[in-house]
Write a protein that binds this ligand. Sequence first.
Ligand SMILES: *[C@@H]1O[C@H](CO)[C@@H](O)[C@H](O)[C@H]1NC(C)=O
Ligand SMILES: *[C@@H]1O[C@H](CO)[C@@H](O)[C@H](O)[C@H]1NC(C)=O
Ligand SMILES: *[C@@H]1O[C@H](CO)[C@@H](O)[C@H](O)[C@H]1NC(C)=O
Ligand SMILES: *[C@@H]1O[C@H](CO)[C@@H](O)[C@H](O)[C@H]1NC(C)=O
Ligand SMILES: *[C@@H]1O[C@H](CO)[C@@H](O)[C@H](O)[C@H]1NC(C)=O
Ligand SMILES: CC(=O)N[C@H]1CO[C@H](CO)[C@@H](O)[C@@H]1O
Length: 460
Amino acid sequence: MASLRQTLPEYRDTSTPGSIIRSSNDLKFRRGRKFGRVSKLVWVFLVALLFVIYSSMFHVDLPLYDKLESRISLSTTDIFGLGGNVQSGKKPSRKQRAPFFFSNRSDSPCEVAFVESVDDLVEPKETMNFTQFSLGYVDREEKPNGHDTFEPRFGGHQTLDEREKSFSARNQTLHCGFVNAPEGSPSTGFDLDEKDKEYMNTCLIVVSSCIFGSSDFLRRPTRQKIGEYSKSNVCFVMFLDEETMSMLSSEGQVLDDRGNIGLWRIVIVRNLPYTDMRRTGKVPKFLSHRLFPSARYSIWLDSKMRLRTDPMLILEYFLWRNGSEYAISNHYDRHCVWEEVLQNKRLNKYNHSAIDEQFLFYQSDASWFDPVTNLTDVPEGSFIVRAHTPMSNLFSCLWFNEVDRFTSRDQLSFAYTYLKLRRMNPGEPFFLNMFKDCERRALAKLFRHRATELPSPTVL
Ligand SMILES: *[C@@H]1O[C@H](CO)[C@@H](O)[C@H](O)[C@H]1NC(C)=O
Ligand SMILES: *[C@@H]1O[C@H](CO)[C@@H](O)[C@H](O)[C@H]1NC(C)=O
Ligand SMILES: *[C@@H]1O[C@H](CO)[C@@H](O)[C@H](O)[C@H]1NC(C)=O
Ligand SMILES: *[C@@H]1O[C@H](CO)[C@@H](O)[C@H](O)[C@H]1NC(C)=O
Ligand SMILES: *[C@@H]1O[C@H](CO)[C@@H](O)[C@H](O)[C@H]1NC(C)=O
Ligand SMILES: CC(=O)N[C@H]1CO[C@H](CO)[C@@H](O)[C@@H]1O
């Protein structure tokens, strides 16, 4: 209880219990001894009542599942990562967790010690020990003989055997989106203009984001924070579908003569590969190494954020400074995959049986995968900084394939994909940097998504 009091100093000052104590003091002052006798009875009653409440709350041994569920039910429902409430404790429990309005809001940014200037930045030489191998990508799938019902898919038709082999960090050709249909069939989607493709082929460093289905506003990077070097050397690419583009136009956001809105170069995506906009958004999110084949580095930014840090400083801080090849922010609240599952189910935004199927598959595939005890961090995922190294590209493809095969909730597959990749390649390091969510907040200002356009339920 002492710790509760320490963590909640505001409770006493601002809430009703404080004022009750004050007014009963006033009463005592006026009524003297008589009140003293009455109050003894009141106290006995209160103590008994408190005892009943206490034992009903804390002495009942819930099964683990219920415990987790009750933990989660106490946190508010911030599945879209809008940062409305943030808990500070690592292991939230009923006893520690305060109602969100009393909790320590850690949604403020924390110190991020970027270098002073981009002028002296030097990209580390290739002497770093990144695992080397070469990846090829399945480019086209032919219709198998005798399969009249074969339907071409953007993600292709990877077999479970191919999936298993794809986790090996070695020279290989794997599925990684952009799988074309047989000659003569319509495209599988994510169609881009040739001139956009040409431009994208020239990019060496990319900052990208997307808005599909008019789900958000366009947020331009803060110009004053982006240096001259980045303005002329970094590609800022915003992927939009036609619907979003016409919505933005109707709101007065028009392309300049270079096809930009502010720093963003607008790239229109036609023929979206999935009806689920969330899943379509995973294509630019995970597959920047496919979209920008010459790029050495990429930064992914969810559309809910406005970039306000020079991309070169971001690369230096998250990758170069400590030799990482893939950096992603930690989830501020959920540190356990199983909590993530329950949260997704509880909010009822996602098809329960699809989530169950995914987890049953993971548990039967990998005896080591125990989502309750392997408290692997859940990525927040709205900000990803990547060197386009073989391991980083392989991980991106594997993660995309899980999202393509199972649910589009990428936090559910992150830990499994990462752990499986590590276990299948014990000798091949993957330099992952999971940084604190507050660091992400220092780089980019967070907004709410367009309120009217929350993803429709059960879209899997
Ligand atoms: C909130 O938490 C942070 C770190 O966890 C701590 O530094 C800060 O002092 C806390 N603020 C309050 C008001 O308790
Ligand atoms: C690379 O490997 C060498 C030898 O194994 C080691 O001395 C060096 O510290 C490593 N460098 C990095 C950046 O991990
Ligand atoms: C993998 O590919 C690289 C270049 O494509 C080649 O140099 C290397 O020998 C290959 N490794 C194996 C084990 O085949
Ligand atoms: C939910 O998922 C299951 C299993 O993937 C599927 O059979 C079912 O059709 C889905 N239900 C809805 C409403 O999408
Ligand atoms: C880089 O730093 C982060 C956070 O301090 C750490 O989690 C990560 O493991 C480090 N990466 C490497 C390759 O040292
Ligand atoms: C990758 C990893 O840490 N796996 C662990 C998950 O939990 C099981 C059982 O607790 C351990 O045996 C695994 O090593």
